[in-house]
Design a protein around this ligand. Structure first.
Ligand code: SAH
Length: 296
């Protein structure tokens, strides 16, 4: 698989730096709450945690020093450590989401040699990325009520299959978790990933399936869906996805081009729809296969 070693900063929560300074992008919701200064734009790139700490703006005062020590000591190189880290910083506050993210080992879904447990998006080839763990956690929590046992979930732009596997564990064997991606190689890779994961049996039994298709059309076969997640930014919300949402259902989708917002779309029982913005984000575009592969 052709994967460049440099990081593409996509599928993460985006907060513009408060001051012009040479720091790498990353924002951490929990830390933002704790530290209110221009230094709150933290670093989580493909560099190791220690390099990250050395190069970060954590320097002088004792609060920062204590946080530095805490961060250096925490076990971010293990899946459980990654989840605990997200819990401690207030990103994950749902027990169910923590359990599912602990069960689905992120290392099975990232390219070999990638720092699997860093809170950062990573390239997976084909101009696509696996989203950062804090983004996966955020989306799982936004959709949790619509991922109960027996419910139907659709993951558009399923990429590595990580989130589809999480959905499948949440809706269980009586439910349906459908992933759709328009790059056949990624779908084939995602099936291999899931086969090694805690969701393997659900794939075997058919309650989890990964398909090649244009996700802008949704996946009519198992509609209507209680939960729809889109892992790529659309210029506007595709109508077929709203149509395939069950009354009471929820769609979570990044919308925009350069400036993107994570939108939460709720369909009420009477069929009317409400839309709100959750946060600013950066995702790869939801587009045609040709446009995505241009220059790849
Ligand atoms: N959520 C996934 C992948 C995110 S990257 C993960 O975390 O692993 C976005 C994905 O959307 C890519 O895999 C890309 O191939 C896919 N994509 C973009 N446009 C699409 C479209 N029109 N239909 C289906 N998939 C699309």
């Amino acid at each position: 698989m052709k994967v460049s070693s440099s990081l593409v900063a996509y599928s993460f929560r985006h907060i513009p730096p408060l001051k012009q300074r040479s720091i790498r992008y990353f924002s951490h919701q929990g830390l933002r709450r704790m530290v209110r200064s221009p230094c709150t734009v933290l670093v989580a790139t493909s560099t190791s945690s220690s390099a990250l700490l050395k190069s970060s703006c954590f320097t002088g005062n004792s609060l920062f020093r204590r946080m530095e020590r805490y961060w250096a000591a925490s076990s971010v190189n293990k899946n459980k450590g990654m989840v605990e880290h997200l819990q401690r910083y207030g990103i994950i506050n749902s027990k169910k989401v923590a359990e599912v993210m602990e069960a689905v080992d992120r290392a099975l879904f990232v390219p070999d040699g990638s720092p699997a447990y860093e809170d950062s998006p990573m390239q997976i080839g084909f101009n696509a990325t696996i989203s950062a763990p804090h983004m996966h956690a955020t989306c799982l929590q936004l959709l949790e009520k619509n991922l109960q046992s027996g419910m139907h979930a659709l993951d558009v732009g399923s990429g590595t299959g990580y989130l589809t596997a999480c959905f499948a564990l949440m809706v269980g064997p009586q439910g349906r978790a459908i992933g759709v991606d328009h790059i056949p190689e990624l779908v084939a890779m995602s099936i291999k990933n899931v086969e090694k994961s805690a969701a393997a049996q659900l794939l075997k039994d058919g309650s989890l399936a990964l398909h090649v298709g244009d996700g802008r059309e949704g996946w009519a076969e198992f509609a209507p869906y209680d939960a729809i997640h889109v892992g790529a930014a659309a210029p506007e919300i595709p109508q077929p996805l709203i149509d395939q949402l069950k009354p009471g259902g929820r769609l979570v989708i990044p919308v925009g081009n350069i400036f993107q917002e994570l939108k939460v779309v709720d369909k009420k029982e009477d069929g009317s729809v409400s839309v709100r913005s959750e946060t600013s984000v950066r995702y790869v575009p939801l587009t045609s296969r040709e446009a995505q592969l241009r220059g790849y």
